[in-house]
Design a binder for this molecule. Structure first.
Ligand code: HEM
Length: 419
């Protein structure tokens, strides 16, 4: 065997932002799952961490919040106590504090509440498509994938329609904090130190907080049935949310609800354009979007690539000893392609059943609050879009964001022919 014949090797594994700039490094994750499913990674930008790549281990870590705390941070960055206090959102809390916060924000996201929202989603989707499709040649991300999730979110939060562009811009600058085109200051460079107390080390978060305060002030005087009114007026154990809790909850919803669902829609369209047989299956049997297709799009797109926990005690995962204080990174994108759970995982199969993907997390208290909403958005979008599309042609490669946190497409130029 020559050097050229050798596949990727453990000592060469790199999971940095640049390693995701062209595509998700599926061969690297396959290697880790095969040879070192819980593997110590010497992270060049801070303290090293354990990479957890098998489906069963991602699920186990997600569900054990006593052993794997979220309070030390949910992203790779090492945070000191001052940063944690300033930046912590619900995502970075453990029960019982987490339980109280989640109880406050949860009611509009239950399956029943979301089902009742289906008609609104259908109307919003039709409006997005009525505007985009006649353009014939356009950026699918800009005109379609970005538009539905942000409109849905604005309507839930009670933000006026005319503010959606600004909300998109703030979200993009935060999630794009390692992409030179989108970041105000690259968060993986020393220049970002001056923003270390801000979520995502991004000044966009300050602008979003100011915006959130304006909406909150309006709702304090005149509550409506939107989520901001509930957040500013609600009490947990007789206490109101602090300003910091309100700010970080608002920010969490804007980022989580907007930057993720967009990617599921974008990757779903890309996968269907590249797999015409799968498109035909959905076109011939529209029910399949609802019963299996949306879940396969969610598995395939894995919009959130990872989150992080920190071990609170010495513990063994996948036969590997982890020491109290170690960072543990659960790679959802790897678990979603685990060949022990998904037959032929690199095949996009809109009829795949069962499909126990961990796109919304591996279970446990942090399981995505917006999972039912996001899945319904994907179902409604493709249910409406496919009958209206005779063809879609990619006019250039889909451009990826430089980040190892989300599986993000920035641009996808297309030409469509309406049915
Ligand atoms: C395809 C779209 C989406 C994906 C892939 C996604 C993914 C995730 C993941 C992986 C988590 C962490 C789960 C865990 O730690 O166990 C999460 C949490 C969360 N998501 Fe989503 N999400 C999506 C859509 C949404 C939407 C539409 C909303 C709200 C409008 C939302 C709001 C949240 C919130 C608030 C949390 C924190 C939950 C907690 O800490 O209790 N997400 N999401």
């Amino acid at each position: 065997m020559t050097v050229l014949d050798r596949g990727p090797r453990l000592e060469d594994v790199s999971l940095e932002n640049d390693d995701f700039a062209k595509h998700v490094p599926h061969e690297t994750f396959a290697l880790l799952r095969r040879e070192a499913p819980v593997w110590w990674y010497d992270w060049p930008l801070g303290r090293g961490y354990w990479c957890v790549t098998k489906h069963a281990d991602v699920v186990a870590v997600s569900r054990d919040t006593k052993t794997f705390t979220s309070e030390q941070g949910a992203n790779l960055e090492d945070l000191d106590e001052e940063q944690r206090a300033a930046r912590q959102s619900m995502l970075e809390t453990d029960p019982p504090r987490h339980t109280r916060l989640r109880g406050l924000v949860g009611p509009p996201f239950t399956p029943r509440a979301i089902k009742a929202y289906e008609l609104v989603l259908r109307e919003l989707t039709a409006a997005v498509l009525d505007r985009a499709l006649p353009l014939r040649e356009f950026d699918f991300i800009e005109e379609v994938a970005k538009q539905l999730p942000i409109r849905v979110l604005a309507s839930l939060l009670g933000a006026p329609d005319e503010d959606t562009d600004r909300l998109i811009d703030w979200g993009d600058r935060m999630i794009g904090n390692t992409d030179p085109e989108l970041a105000d200051v690259l968060s993986d460079t020393p220049e970002s130190e001056k923003y270390r107390m801000l979520p995502f080390r991004s000044p966009a978060s300050l602008e979003l907080f100011e915006y959130a305060h304006r909406i909150a002030d309006e709702r304090r005087g005149a509550p409506t049935d939107d989520l901001v009114s509930k957040l500013v007026n609600a009490e947990i154990d007789g206490e109101r949310l602090t300003e910091r809790e309100f700010d970080t909850m608002f920010l969490l919803l804007v980022v989580a609800g907007n930057e993720t669902t967009r990617q599921a829609i974008a990757h779903g369209m890309l996968a269907l354009a590249e797999n015409r047989d799968q498109w035909r299956r959905l076109a011939d049997d529209p029910e399949l979007v609802w019963t299996a297709g949306a879940d396969e799009i969610l598995r395939w797109s894995s919009p959130v690539l990872h989150f992080r926990r920190t071990a609170t005690r010495d513990v063994e995962v996948g036969g590997q000893k982890i020491v109290a204080g170690d960072k543990v990174v659960i790679w959802y994108v790897s678990a979603n392609f685990d060949e022990e759970v998904f037959a032929d995982p690199l095949r996009f199969d809109v009829g795949r059943r069962p499909n126990p993907h961990v796109t919304f997390g591996g279970g446990g208290p942090h399981f995505c609050l917006g999972a039912h909403l996001a899945k319904l958005e994907v179902q409604v979008m493709f249910d409406a879009l496919l009958p209206r599309l005779a063809d879609i042609e990619l006019l250039g490669p889909a451009e990826r964001m430089r980040t190892n946190f989300t599986n993000a497409l920035k641009r996808m130029p297309v030409r469509v022919t309406e049915a």
